[in-house]
Write a protein that binds this ligand. Structure first.
Ligand SMILES: C[S@@+](CC[C@H](N)C(=O)[O-])C[C@H]1O[C@@H](n2cnc3c(N)ncnc32)[C@H](O)[C@@H]1O
Length: 232
């Protein structure tokens, strides 16, 4: 069961599985995912600095943009998301906070930049569990290709569900809303494998947060210095 949306030629799943539920997204995430905990882990893995250009793939309603702005107001931020309704909420939130965060309605293709500067850090949260396996692979590979050497990619999402309780909670909540086909590869632990296949190094799960909707992994990976160093 999912409420997939056709954004011109590419299909995607909206923030809470169905477009009509988007206004409820912020409240649902706050109540059902221990949001403060995993977003704090993202901020420490991303370590925003003045002058960074942080690209957020699937930026949704701008909750992470707000947290990044509070952590480092001098870091530049670009959020992209195919969902217009979510981007409108994100823009309103940024304006209210006085943040310079920018939001574009689009899919990630590696050409994203602000004033011709490409991102040196990329982040994505709660997106890949909603996408087909081919799109998970494409996004991770495109992140690798887009980053400069030494660039960091931080990904937070439902990953390997390694206890019976977490598998049960995940099935009851996330899989009921977003469907089985896209979510199960995450639950089987595919994400670190996809990072490795794309060429990333130093892949580490820096935190794993048990929530009422399944466990959320925070993964961090680096683009290594040269092809030789990463053993290709
Ligand atoms: C569950 S929401 C997460 C939003 C936000 N990252 C957060 O942490 O709250 C997933 C978001 O991913 C977006 N999305 C779905 N498929 C996508 C794709 N192929 N590329 C980029 N974003 C996508 C949806 O529109 C939605 O806003």
């Amino acid at each position: 069961m999912t409420g997939k949306v056709d954004a011109e030629e590419q299909i995607y799943t909206p923030p809470l599985g169905f477009a009509a539920l988007t206004p409820l997204y912020d409240a649902a995430i706050a109540v059902f995912t221990r949001e403060g905990k995993w977003r704090t882990h993202i901020i420490s893995a991303l370590s925003p600095k003045a002058g960074d250009l942080i690209l957020d793939i699937g930026s949704g309603t701008g909750r992470l943009a707000e947290k990044i702005y509070r952590a480092e107001p001098q870091a530049r931020y670009l959020g992209i998301d195919p969902d217009k309704a979510a981007a409108a909420i994100a823009r309103k939130r940024a304006a209210k906070n006085g943040s310079t965060a920018k939001f574009c309605v689009r899919f990630f293709d590696g050409t994203e930049a602000i004033e011709n500067t490409p991102p040196n850090k990329i982040v994505s949260s709660l997106v890949l569990h909603q996408t087909p396996l081919t799109e998970k692979r494409r996004i991770i590979q495109c992140a690798y290709d887009t980053l400069p050497v030494g660039g960091v990619f931080v990904l937070a999402d439902y990953g390997l569900q390694n206890t019976a309780l977490m598998r049960f909670m995940f099935r009851l909540s996330v899989q009921a809303l977003d469907g089985f086909e896209n979510t199960q590869p995450n639950a089987n632990g595919v994400l670190p494998e996809l990072f490795e296949q794309s060429g990333f190094s130093g892949i580490a799960e820096i935190a794993n947060v048990a929530t009422p909707t399944g466990s959320i992994s925070i993964l961090r990976a680096l683009k290594p210095e040269t092809d030789r160093e990463r053993g290709r």
